[in-house]
Each structure stands twice: as C-alpha cells, then as structure tokens.
Design a protein around this ligand. Sequence first.
Ligand SMILES: N[C@@H](CCC(=O)N[C@@H](CS)C(=O)NCC(=O)O)C(=O)O
Length: 208
Amino acid sequence: MLQLYFSPMACSLASRIALMEAGLEARYHRVNLVTKKRIEDDADFRGISAKGAVPVLVLENGERLTESAAVLQYIADLRPETGLAPPPGHVDRYRLQEWLSFIGAEIHKGFLFPTFWYKDEAAKAARVRIEESVAFAADHLNSRTHLVGDRFTVADAHLTWALLLLRYARVEIDRHPSLVSYLERMQARPAVREAIATESALRKTVAV
Ligand SMILES: N[C@@H](CCC(=O)N[C@@H](CS)C(=O)NCC(=O)O)C(=O)O
C-alpha cells in the first residue's frame, strides 16, 4: 500500500487530496516537523527522508518520492482515468507543471516560508511580491473554473492548500472574487472537504 508522510495542514495536504480524489488507499504517517520524529513511534524522520520535509510518498516497491510536484503527478498517473493530470505529451501537461512550479516556488517558498520563519526585510519583501502572484492566479481564474483545462487536476489540489495557508497568513485573497468562488468550489468537492476536515482535526492535537 502507498504511504504518505504528512503534517496536518502542511503542503502534504495537497497529496492527501490527490490520493482521495484518485480513490487510492494509503497509510498516513504523521510527522512532527520540529523534532523530525514520526509521531506513532518516535522514529527518526530524517532516516525516511534526508530532506526532513513532507510530503514523502512511499511507493508500492518501497521507493520514496519527495517534492509535491513529483508526488502529485505520480499519484495522478496511477489513475489516469480520473484526469487528475493531463496525459504526458499534451500541452496541458506542461501547463500543469507550470502551475505546480509557480505554486511551489513563488507562493510556497517565495512567500509562506519567509513569512512564517523570518521576521525581517526578506519577509516584508515576500509580502509585497505575493500580491502580484495572488493577482496573477486571480486573473487566470477570472475566466476559468480550474487552473488547467476545465476539470480538477492536482494543480488545483496544490493551490487549494496554498490559498488556505495564505488566508491563515492574512494575505487578502478575499479581495479577489475569482479566488473566493474558486476556493468555495474546491472545498465543495467531497474529497477535498474530507481531507481538510481530517487534517484540521489533527492540527488541534498537540504535535506540530
Ligand atoms: N519543495 C518541497 C517543500 C516541502 C516543504 O517545505 N514542506 C514543509 C511543510 S509545508 C516542511 O516539511 N517543512 C519542514 C522543514 O523544512 O524543516 C515540496 O514542494 O514538497
């Protein structure tokens, strides 16, 4: 069975959403990202992934895959019939990768990381720049229901997580009606709703 290492409401939420949208069963291992321990048995998480970061997807053959963009596409490709990723070779597959890169680099690392971890000029600069990135996504969604094509893909799972965190970090996504209605639409999906409910409940428990 697939296994996903996660921390509640961290970026690994997108991988949980993808697994649930794909209808794939998985074993979930919660990680304390501060102590780098696996919660269930205190095992050293760096022994699982030297990066010490979630998500980590353990494949059926025991190989471990990291990086949301890779993990999300791997999950999507296990169930091509779900359309969670456009087929390899189609231009929309590169559109999907374009969005996964933008969300991972510009939104996640470019903004959320400096803002949560530092309180200096870099954090201020990141906050200025995020307005542009958010506006870019909002403009894109003005005339579209989804990021790529006209159906839900793993890029939507990734952006849904990022928008929830942006709200939490008090970035005013609510001034963009297209983002507000997009997030409502995404959260109306049963798999998305369930994944968020599961992790929100876990977040209230002690471990980080
Ligand atoms: N580039 C990685 C970033 C993964 C990442 O930064 N995960 C965060 C949680 S959102 C984490 O585990 N941070 C712990 C740490 O970096 O020590 C990806 O896109 O998956």
